[in-house]
Design a protein around this ligand. Structure first.
Ligand SMILES: Nc1ncnc2c1ncn2[C@@H]1O[C@H](COP(=O)(O)OP(=O)(O)OP(=O)(O)O)[C@@H](O)[C@H]1O
Length: 511
């Protein structure tokens, strides 16, 4: 029974005046959020570090707040753990998809609920059919016995959503669910979100992608510096008013738009990276590329098309079966990151936590780690070296200078991504490989990163960029290589193509 206030039923969820401090950082100062009923999509938005994940952590039982109230249907609650939150019908699907890869789809869907424990008396077939029921509710066509390791990222995410539904979640939190999905996968996720909404589930959705959030949102809450600064129906906002609310000021003019193509790279410009006949068994077939000085080339394609594998092989982080490589006309044989860096190649990997950053070190140390101009070793340089460059790059990406001494693990996800990119902007390698360079960064920081990447290209670096966002490739690149099942199926000059052509080619359809 929900509580009735002034003749009205209390809202399904209300957070009022929520505060949370981590050491010296006041992550939440006065966070408020209201969801009146089920059957709505509520978008939470704010700059990197504004407190979104902390707020979701409070709501999902992962973080204990210091002050303020959280109430469900008028009753104050304080969750001591995610399990306690789940018991109240609040479930979260986090950015880092948490599935057990060796268990089956059905086992994952029922994980944590006890149904798969045989000693508990529940049969395999009963478990399987329960899981099947939830998968049908999601219209998710997958074999319940298939090991999760065989699924694509979007399918794994669906398994997590199914798990939340098994727990009878009334409030489902999706924290940046689209950040590792390609455009077509986002479409199917949105179909699922709409289906759940029609079934009465309230969905809290975090995204930095402006266009898609207007597509899906009923209501929006904006956080700035730990404070809720705006809330209302999606129709009451425009992209511009949202950015103004996030920033607390009018957005700077002319940051986005304008492709780097206008800078012009001609066939006379020297080739910085030449790749011929690259083969990575099971992933890449006969990949060829001449990447010129000052050029920005994009890689487009579906998940599994071989895009990341191309970058990883060039950097020597992954083996290859065939292929030759040249850097500035000289032969180069990839063999581990250290050799690549010594040859003037930089790499921003897709998984910043595992490969891109040393989380135990400070932001400053991470940013200067590869700025060892002659020595190929990855080592933190002497204190103070390159300080001016680091300060300039940090400022250009809106990284607070006070963060320099902060442990990188303590940064918000988007700010970690900025550091992963910034360390190469400090170094300015001759060839920079970037895998999803703006994953999880806010809309302003994305424009800042693009601007800085254009600047290092204009200064002579050659960039190869993998992105699942076609818009990003069209904004940033001179040309785009479209990959399908390991092969390049098109090499398109950016002014002469558009997202629908790229999408078709990426799906294996001829244009
Ligand atoms: N465990 C922690 N220890 C110290 N500081 C933290 C911790 N978690 C978060 N913070 C700090 O709290 C602030 C808010 O971080 P939070 O992750 O909530 O931001 P966010 O809005 O989710 O950012 P993003 O969009 O980048 O994911 C940041 O300054 C962050 O550095």
């Amino acid at each position: 029974m929900s509580v009735v206030v002034d003749g009205h039923p209390a809202p399904l969820l209300r957070l009022e005046g929520v505060q949370k401090t981590f050491g010296p950082t006041r992550a939440l100062k006065d966070a408020n959020l209201t969801i009146p009923t089920g059957g709505v999509v509520h978008v939470l938005i704010g700059e990197n570090g504004s407190g979104k994940s902390t707020l979701l952590g409070v709501l999902s039982g992962q973080i204990r707040h210091d002050a303020g109230t959280v109430s469900l249907e008028g009753r104050p609650v304080r969750f001591g753990s995610p399990v306690a939150a789940l018991r109240h019908g609040v479930a979260m699907v986090s950015q880092e998809i948490a599935v057990a890869p060796d268990l089956s789809v059905a086992e994952n869907v029922l994980l944590g609920r006890g149904q798969v424990r045989r000693w508990a008396g529940i049969s395999r077939s009963a478990s399987r059919s329960k899981a099947q029921g939830v998968l049908e509710r999601l219209d998710f066509d997958v074999d319940p016995d298939c090991p999760v390791r065989r699924l694509r990222p979007d399918q794994r995410q669906m398994v997590e959503i199914a798990r939340a539904l098994t727990a009878e979640a009334r409030i489902l939190i999706l924290d940046e669910p689209t950040s590792s999905l390609t455009d077509d996968e986002v479409g199917s996720l949105f179909a699922t979100v709409r289906r759940l909404k029609a079934q009465g589930v309230a969905i809290i959705f975090v995204s930095h992608r402006m266009q898609e959030l207007f597509e899906i949102a009923d209501d929006i809450t904006v956080l700035r510096d730990g404070v809720t600064v705006a809330e209302g129906s999606a129709a009451s906002f425009t992209p511009e008013s949202l950015v103004s609310a996030m920033l607390g000021e009018d957005p700077p003019a002319g940051r986005e738009g304008g492709s780097a193509a206008s800078a012009g790279v001609g066939s006379d410009d020297p080739v910085a990276l030449r790749v011929s006949g690259l083969v990575v068994p099971g992933s890449v077939e006969d990949f060829r590329l001449d990447l010129r000085r000052g050029e920005i080339v994009g890689l487009a394609g579906l998940v599994g098309a071989g895009r990341s594998e191309v970058l990883e092989s060039i950097f020597g982080a992954r083996g290859h079966a065939a292929g030759t490589f040249e850097i500035h006309g000289k032969p180069y044989v990839p063999h581990g990151p250290r050799r690549a860096i010594a040859h003037g190649i930089g790499f921003v990997p897709a998984d910043r936590k595992a490969d891109g950053l040393v989380l135990g070190m400070s932001v400053g140390a991470n940013m200067t780690m590869v700025d060892t101009h002659d020595a190929p070793r990855l080592a933190p340089p002497a204190r103070g070296r390159g300080a001016a460059t680091v300060a300039r790059v940090a400022a250009s990406l809106r990284l607070n200078p006070q963060l320099a001494e902060t442990g990188t693990a303590r940064l918000s996800g988007g700010n970690q991504q900025k550091v992963a990119v910034a360390k190469w902007l400090v170094r300015r390698p001759g060839v920079l490989l970037l895998d999803e360079p703006t994953r999880g960064v806010d809309v302003m920081a994305k424009a800042d990163i693009h601007q800085e990447l254009r600047a290092i290209a204009a200064a002579g670096s050659a960039l190869l960029v993998n992105s699942s966002e076609i818009d990003e490739l069209l904004t940033l690149c001179h040309r785009v290589l479209v990959m399908f099942r390991g092969r390049v199926v098109a090499d398109l000059a950016v002014p002469d193509t558009d997202d629908s052509e790229i999408l078709k080619l990426a799906g294996g359809q001829p244009c």
